[in-house]
Design a binder for this molecule. Structure first.
Ligand SMILES: NC(=O)c1ccc[n+]([C@@H]2O[C@H](COP(=O)([O-])OP(=O)(O)OC[C@H]3O[C@@H](n4cnc5c(N)ncnc54)[C@H](OP(=O)(O)O)[C@@H]3O)[C@@H](O)[C@H]2O)c1
Length: 253
């Protein structure tokens, strides 16, 4: 029980990595507030967790909205009385295409969803953690934008690289308050998001071959890496950008 009685917000919990983390963190004893846009899918995740006699609440909303970040924190405090961990994982590929084809609005939405949302999350999650004198923030970045480029993903790559800068500055800013801040960089992971990019079996195989392990990750494997970073097992880990990328970043074959 690595997260016994820890109160955790997970965004992007209606699907993929976030849903897998919700199930794992609940199993480890966490009390959860889960975010995503789809109320139906969030409700199903909550039902599964409650069926295993664990605690979870869902609050649907859009991470582009600062009030939603605030409401997730208010829900944690009202329901459980504290906030220990923010796993800010929601993200989207956004518009994919040659840079000359992207509208300014496409770029803005991708940056708002993946990067500005992280600022909103930190802004509202830090105050109760500061009062408590400890806490952990984790942001899901990506292998894309960290030494690996993909044609058509300039906005996504820029947003995910931006998270790394945010994490490094926040880790220094918040260290004295006992708050750890880290980024998790998954490799290709079998989720609906990857489906968007790899519906074609040949393209999917191409992505698998980019990894030293010659396969994509299951979302549960990425959730285990997230568990390490938010748990006390990582009590001296802050400002890090931890790869869980199946050797993607070092594979040039
Ligand atoms: N899959 C990969 O290969 C891969 C690799 C590296 C990094 N990542 C990152 O991992 C994170 C999770 O992605 P995933 O692979 O698990 O994809 P996914 O299954 O598509 O899940 C994405 C999650 O983010 C939520 N979300 C997206 N836009 C949102 C918005 N504007 N407001 C609120 N919630 C929003 C979705 O909620 P709704 O569907 O309910 O809207 C969903 O719960 C993302 O940050 C992604 O960039 C993924």
């Amino acid at each position: 029980m690595q997260l016994r009685n820890k109160v955790v917000i997970i965004t992007g919990a209606s699907s993929g990595i976030g849903a897998a983390a919700a199930a794992l963190f609940a199993e480890e004893g966490a009390k959860l507030v889960l975010g995503g846009r789809s109320q139906d899918r969030l409700d199903r995740v909550v039902e599964d967790i409650r069926a295993r006699c664990r605690e979870a609440e869902a609050l649907a909303g859009d991470v582009q909205d600062e009030d939603y970040a605030k409401a997730l924190v208010e829900t944690a405090l009202a329901r459980y009385g504290r906030l220990d961990i923010g796993f800010n994982n929601a993200g989207a590929l956004g518009a994919v295409g040659d840079v000359t084809s992207l509208a300014a609005e496409d770029w803005r939405v991708t940056l708002e969803t993946n990067l500005v949302s992280a600022f909103y999350a930190a802004k509202h999650q830090v105050p109760p953690m500061r009062t408590q004198g400890r806490g952990a923030l984790l942001f899901t970045s990506s292998f894309v934008g960290q030494g690996i480029g993909f044609p058509g993903l300039s906005a996504y790559g820029a947003s995910k690289a931006g998270l790394v800068g945010l994490v490094q500055c926040l880790a220094v800013e918040l260290g004295e308050s006992g708050i750890r801040v880290n980024a998790l960089l998954p490799g290709g992971t079998k989720t609906p998001m990857a489906g968007d990019f790899s519906d074609d079996p040949a393209a999917a195989e191409g992505i698998a071959q980019m990894h030293a392990l010659k396969r994509m990750a299951e979302p549960e494997e990425i959730a285990k890496a997230a568990l390490f970073l938010v748990s006390d097992a990582a009590s001296f880990v802050t400002g890090s950008t931890m790869l869980a990328d199946g050797g993607n970043s070092i594979c040039k074959t």
